[in-house]
Design a protein. Structure first.
Length: 299
């Protein structure tokens, strides 16, 4: 017989995943306030560099690189490269597009990867449904009928490709990476890679106390909390349930964008996001066990 304690035990990892996605999108919304001062490149650098500093400082996530072998070093570096590419492109997209639209387009990356790995007709149809949804976004009912920024759309697609690459890198580090400190090490790599572009874009504005304070908030909300919650949840949460929950991220991004950034979306955009979410949930629900690929956190 199920007890209240059992129900609480089952619901905790679900709440952690939902909390991680809300935290990630709140972090992206907060980063929008950095764009006028340091640009998307500067905001991405602050997020990655400061989150690396936090993760290195925490004893539970502190890396021990002297004990890593060549395969572990390779896994950490590859993950760091994909994190730098994914996060940089996503912030460039968010600078030009509403948050919900950017995450919806980006979600094509992991969904397409899942279909490509399974090679089933059903999964191809789910991707086609998602493409129809993204196509509806071009009908232009965002912000009073203005068409979507094409450069922003391109960056969102690049971020989606980066998300797909991140999935492979994260899977690799789970097999060949170090037992602890892999995420912190990869964050250091990502921070170092984005630092030159961020400095070139923002210059000394990165050293402002206000900018550093906001950057730290973004780092904690968009990296430290989501990754920590996700890793904790995946210890007990079935991967299929995790993937279905992640498919809700475009809706969460749209909600956060509406509440924090006043980014109201028109009827076509809402319908488009609903189609993409349906495709994500459907692809996961109909996938053979075990699921061929897990979405993980984007942005």
């Amino acid at each position: 017989m199920s007890t209240p304690q059992d129900a609480s035990h089952r619901s905790t990892p679900v709440l952690l995943v939902l909390g991680s996605m809300f935290s990630l999108q709140f972090g992206a919304a907060t980063a929008k306030h950095l764009f006028p001062t340091v640009g998307a490149a500067g905001a991405s650098t602050l997020r990655l560099a400061l989150s690396a500093a936090v993760l290195v400082a925490l004893p539970v996530t502190r890396p021990r690189p002297r004990s890593w072998d060549r395969a572990q070093w390779t896994s950490v570096v590859v993950l760091g490269v994909t994190m730098a590419a994914m996060n940089s492109a996503f912030y460039e997209a968010v600078e030009r597009l509403p948050l919900g639209i950017a995450i919806t387009i980006e979600f094509l990356g992991p969904l397409g990867l899942a279909a490509g790995l399974s090679r089933r007709l059903t999964d191809g149809l789910w991707v086609l449904l998602a493409l129809v949804g993204v196509g509806l976004l071009s009908l232009g009912d965002v912000h009073g009928g203005q068409a979507l920024d094409r450069v922003g759309v391109a960056f969102a697609l690049v971020a989606g490709a980066g998300w797909a690459a991140y999935i492979g890198a994260a899977s690799r580090i789970g097999v060949t990476g170090p037992d602890r400190g892999g995420l912190a090490g990869a964050s250091v790599v990502a921070g170092v890679l984005t630092l030159p572009v961020g400095v070139a874009s923002a210059g000394t504005a990165l050293l402002s106390w206000r900018v550093l304070g906001l950057g730290l908030v973004v780092a904690v909300l968009a990296s430290v909390i989501p990754y920590s919650f996700e890793l904790q949840a995946l210890r007990t949460l079935p991967k299929r349930v995790f993937s279905i929950l992640v498919a809700l991220e475009p809706a969460i991004g749209s909600l956060v964008g509406l509440v924090l950034l006043d980014q109201a979306l028109g009827g076509w955009s809402v319908a488009a996001i609903a189609l993409v979410i349906t495709a994500g949930v459907g692809a996961t629900a109909t996938a053979p066990r075990p699921a061929p690929v897990e979405a993980g956190l984007g942005g």
